[in-house]
Design a protein around this ligand. Sequence first.
Ligand SMILES: [Zn+2]
Length: 114
Amino acid sequence: MWTRFYDMHSGGDTKIEGKQVIFIEASEAEAIDIFENTFGHHPDDVACPCCGENYYYRESDSLEGASRFDRRKMTCTYEPWPTYKRIDNPPASMGELEANDEVLIIRAEDKAEA
Ligand SMILES: [Zn+2]
């Protein structure tokens, strides 16, 4: 299982050094514990009451599935104004996802070594 944590920019900033999205290889309940132990704060913490919780999170069967939205977004482009027609690029590869500076991936094996 994989859990995706999406930074909601509560209070205006990403909470973990510019990382927009964090994937943890664990069930949702386990991933929340790993998140808290690793980063020292809870994903349900609220940086700013008008913005709400710091993270939106959800469990998926695979990293491929968990990252589908993010990989689509990475390659999404539009023709310039005035058409704004969407150019349907294939989603970014898993390698491109891993290489993205705004993405952090924590695998179960990384945790075991730590
Ligand atoms: Zn706010």
